[in-house]
Write a new protein. Structure first.
Length: 148
């Protein structure tokens, strides 16, 4: 008995479809507020303290555009405020532009008073913008606890 082997050409397979999920980002660790000056572009950062209660709390991951070093439009920004005594406050705050008699006026959300307040030129001079917060990601476990 003899064995016959047939050879058959295969059709080329199409390339698999591109991934449809969210692109992966490495989460950066910030050990001191001064580290924020060294970032650029879009970065994912895990927070260890509340930066803007209740929007950004400890354990959240935030996506920050560190190429935005000034307030150009309404949004949530990572900032540092220098006080007269030399102390610094680090966190995140919402800002918006409102129409005024001389054009546009910058307003910031005062969390303590729970309302919007105009940003005086003196306050703006003490403000350092590190970047614009594009997205806030909450851990699923935290969302489950809040829903219960």
């Amino acid at each position: 008995m003899s064995t016959v082997v047939l050879e058959r050409r295969t059709r080329p397979r199409p390339a698999p479809p591109a991934a449809r999920g969210i692109p992966a980002h490495a989460v950066e660790r910030v050990t001191a507020p001064a580290d924020l000056d060294h970032f650029f572009g879009l970065q994912m950062i895990q927070t260890h303290v509340a930066l803007c209660h209740p929007e950004i709390e400890a354990g959240d991951c935030i996506e920050v555009d560190f190429d935005r070093r000034e307030i150009r439009h309404d949004g949530l920004y990572m900032i540092t405020i220098r006080h007269d005594d030399g102390a610094e406050w680090h966190g995140a705050r919402r800002f918006q532009f409102r129409p005024a008699a001389a054009g546009w006026e910058l307003w910031g959300f005062d969390i303590g008073a729970e309302n919007w307040a105009p940003m005086t030129p003196g306050m703006q001079s003490r403000l350092t913008v590190h970047g614009e917060v594009r997205e806030v990601y909450k851990p699923a476990s935290k969302l489950r606890r809040a829903a219960a």
